[in-house]
Design a protein around this ligand. Structure first.
Ligand SMILES: [Zn+2]
Length: 283
């Protein structure tokens, strides 16, 4: 019995398989020349895994509809229209469940910490997130609540890839920060000034979320989020400076699963077949 987790990210594919306590893992950057090469890589990675897959959980950066088709992916537009569910099901011979990368990461972080009120914020190619409140994943009326990357932060802010202006992602993605500062991605991650700017913006998000859902923990993940020096402490410090008297704020920490929280969440989906959380919650 093999459980399979895939993280289909903006720049890379990560796959983890678990069978009787043994773990296989592969992380591969996407090729540069479009969906056919991407799919060749995907099939190559999947066919090298144990063949008795029970279920696959997929953390997907693209927007995937309920049928499993990719409906939007600004990072890799050639994927639009792809029947992703069938592609993976045909290769692994098992049912495939999809989840948003940010919400799956929130589920994984809530499960591993036993925390019933946790917000996850991932800073990677884009900005994603998820909200677990009172032991439940917040899904909303149409099923995709918790898109924290598109929190409207500034009506006059830079354009976001979603078509609106001033989203959190439009302020904090490495691409946006590179444009703003002229620094390379490597220089961004090492810059104290950039970390201070990111912390200022995230502190506003933490205060906003505290008024809305009162999390006890905010976990920061994503490749860029975990690379910025001292980010959690900076965010906590700045949010405290903006707190209301007599009101507690959440502890801010690096995600337990670091930059791999979405993959861990995809494994929760593969293992349990859902992301309800409730029955496994204790706190
Ligand atoms: Zn947006």
């Amino acid at each position: 019995m093999t459980f399979l987790a895939l993280d289909i990210g903006g720049t890379k594919l990560a796959v983890r398989a678990v069978k009787a306590g043994r773990t296989w893992e592969r992380i591969e950057p996407w090729p540069r020349d479009g969906v056919e090469s991407d799919l060749a890589l995907l099939r190559d990675v999947l066919t090298a895994l144990p063949s008795d897959v029970v279920r696959a959980g997929v953390s997907a950066a693209p927007t995937v509809d309920s049928e499993g088709h990719v409906t939007a992916w600004p990072s890799r537009p050639s994927w639009c229209g792809l029947d992703l569910r069938r592609t993976i099901e045909e290769t692994v011979g098992a049912p495939v469940l999809f989840g948003d990368d940010g919400t799956l990461a929130a589920v994984a972080e809530a499960e591993v910490t036993g925390c019933a009120d946790l917000v996850y914020l991932g800073l990677g190619t884009g900005v994603g997130g998820g909200v677990v409140s009172d032991g439940r994943l917040i899904r909303g009326a149409w099923g995709n609540a918790g898109e924290l990357g598109h929190l409207p932060m500034d009506p006059a802010g830079p354009p976001c890839r979603c078509g609106r202006g001033g989203c959190l992602q439009a302020l904090l993605s490495p691409e946006a920060l590179s444009r703003r500062t002229g620094l390379s991605p490597k220089e961004l991650a090492a810059s104290g000034q950039v970390a201070a700017f990111v912390a200022d913006v995230l502190a506003r998000v933490v205060v906003l979320l505290s008024e809305l859902v009162q999390p006890s923990r905010v976990h920061l993940g994503g490749g860029f989020g975990v690379a910025l020096p001292g980010l959690p402490a900076r965010v906590e410090e700045r949010s405290l400076a903006w707190s209301r008297r007599g009101h507690r704020l959440p502890a801010v920490a690096t995600a337990v699963f670091g930059a791999h929280a979405s993959l861990a969440g995809a494994m929760v989906l593969a293992r349990t077949g859902e992301t309800g959380l409730r029955q496994s919650r204790s706190a």
